[in-house]
Write a protein that binds this ligand. Structure first.
Ligand SMILES: Cc1cc2nc3c(=O)[nH]c(=O)nc-3n(C[C@H](O)[C@H](O)[C@H](O)COP(=O)(O)OP(=O)(O)OC[C@H]3O[C@@H](n4cnc5c(N)ncnc54)[C@H](O)[C@@H]3O)c2cc1C
Length: 426
């Protein structure tokens, strides 16, 4: 049975062939190849674009729109805050992906018109699509914390939850902090981008302070009732490696900040005044998802059909990565976004080229957290599509956790990053 996309494309091909006087139409005219447009060249989007081009070959036209000049990885960015890695170590050129048949456009997507199937770019051009894939990551709700939505407050309390200029700004604050000062990190309520990453950040900052400013403290102000990932492993690090340096406080739901004094206020917990206050604001799907009309859950995340990652609301628009309303026990991680990218690429090609759809996709996730400059721990899991529940479920017995931190795990963690960057960008 032909999909609606295939029927529409075939009708257009016949019309064009007739107009051009071509009979039989053995190969698809270049101008009529189905157009796949991907917004966001991060973990989800670059993977989707690369695999769509690789698996679709000459039969499709793939365009990847990205606003940043280079890819800067959030994974390993906490090590830049700790000082053992540089921004250069986590920055990769996007240009590599062009070698794989992907047209890379460095521009911002500013609007989507799903009726006309057009993406508007900041520099004025319109890009038409047959299938659109959005992997825009997250945008931050600064206005949900009193006092945070001013230029002074945003400068004073960097989030560094998108790697790049924010990472550099936070590192500068940590370096400038007095010995005996307090670094505090405020974690929003789950679900948030990368559950273990705030705790890894606390370890990295503690590792640096222990050496450079040994009288200083790290306060973890968690908006949740408990540690959200790798709890036993992080608790051991805080109790053994960073005893007297790291303090963990649950139930610290941030309500306001004061840029003049560096004070954080909470729903119920006591006020905290810190020398460096790293506020991770609540966040949701990147803004372009809102323009496309695909933000459907709590005005925050995008619900998708998990067989195809197509929006449940807007046909022809697929959403990946951190922007989606995740399935149970599915983390918002780079590895998971990379997996979404492959399932979505295959599903888009199935719709456009009349190929069979995989009705039983399986995803996996491995997440390394660095305890110091070279030792890491990991958690791994497998998620299978369950047709009855129409969602992904975690495969029992497949979840694995390191027994303890080790340098070997650290080597695997660095190798994981290199491998996934190659998988995304070629
Ligand atoms: C400190 C930290 C540590 C982390 N550590 C790990 C880890 O160890 N392992 C792991 O698996 N995950 C980790 N993560 C999580 C991981 O970074 C995210 O889950 C992942 O980046 C999600 O991929 P994505 O494609 O959804 O978004 P992103 O990778 O953020 O990509 C989104 C891209 O879209 C672009 N974009 C957005 N809007 C537009 C627009 N309108 N026009 C053009 N371009 C646009 C952005 O510039 C960006 O390049 C970490 C996150 C943080 C913050």
């Amino acid at each position: 049975m032909q999909t609606a996309d295939v029927k529409r494309r075939r009708a257009l091909s016949v019309l064009a062939a007739t107009a051009l006087g071509i009979g039989g139409c053995a190969s698809r005219p270049v101008a009529l190849r189905p157009r796949i447009v991907v917004v966001g060249a991060g973990y989800g989007g670059a993977t989707a674009a690369r695999y769509a081009a690789m698996w679709g070959g000459e039969a499709v036209d793939v365009t990847l729109v990205e606003r940043d000049p280079a890819f800067v990885s959030c994974p390993l960015s906490n090590l830049v805050l700790g000082g053992s890695r540089t921004m250069g170590d986590i920055t990769v050129s996007h240009e590599r992906i062009a070698r794989h048949g992907v047209r890379l456009v460095h521009d911002s997507a500013i609007a989507v018109d799903p009726q006309r199937r057009v993406v508007r770019l900041a520099r004025g051009a319109d890009v038409r699509y047959d299938r659109l894939v959005l992997s825009p990551g997250v945008d931050f709700f600064f206005d949900r914390i009193d006092g945070l939505d001013t230029p002074a407050a945003r400068e004073r309390f960097p989030h560094a939850w998108r790697a790049g200029a924010q990472t550099v700004a936070l590192r500068r604050q940590i370096e400038a902090m007095r010995d005996g000062g307090v670094f505090a990190i405020s974690i929003p309520r789950a679900p948030y981008r990368c559950p273990p990453a705030p705790y890894e950040r606390a370890c990295q900052v503690a590792w640096y302070l222990q050496r450079a400013k040994p009288r200083s403290k790290v306060l973890i102000l968690d908006g949740n009732e408990d540690v959200q990932s790798k709890k036993a492993l992080f608790m051991r690090a805080w109790n053994e490696d960073y005893r007297g340096v790291v303090e963990y406080r649950p139930d610290c739901v941030l309500t306001s900040v004061d840029a003049a004094t560096g004070t954080a206020r909470f729903e119920t917990a006591d006020d905290v005044t810190a020398d460096v206050l790293n506020v991770i604001p609540p966040h949701g799907a990147g803004a372009i998802a809102r323009s496309a009309g695909v933000v459907t859950a709590n005005d925050q995340w995008c619900e998708v059909d998990f067989l195809t990652f197509e929006s449940v609301k807007v046909p022809g628009v697929h959403v990946l990565g951190d922007a989606i309303q995740v399935a149970p026990l599915m983390p918002k991680s780079g590895h998971m976004a990379n997996q979404h990218g492959k399932v979505a690429a295959a599903a888009v090609l199935a719709a456009l080229l009349d190929r069979p759809l995989n009705r039983a996709p399986v995803l996996n996730n491995a997440c390394y957290s660095f305890i110091n400059d070279r030792e890491a721990v990991h958690i791994a899991s497998v998620h299978r599509y369950d047709a009855a529940q129409q969602t992904f479920v975690s495969v029992p017995g497949a979840t694995g956790l390191s027994a303890r931190k080790s340098a070997l795990e650290g080597e695997y963690g660095f190798a994981w990053a290199r491998a996934i960057w190659d998988d995304m960008l070629g």
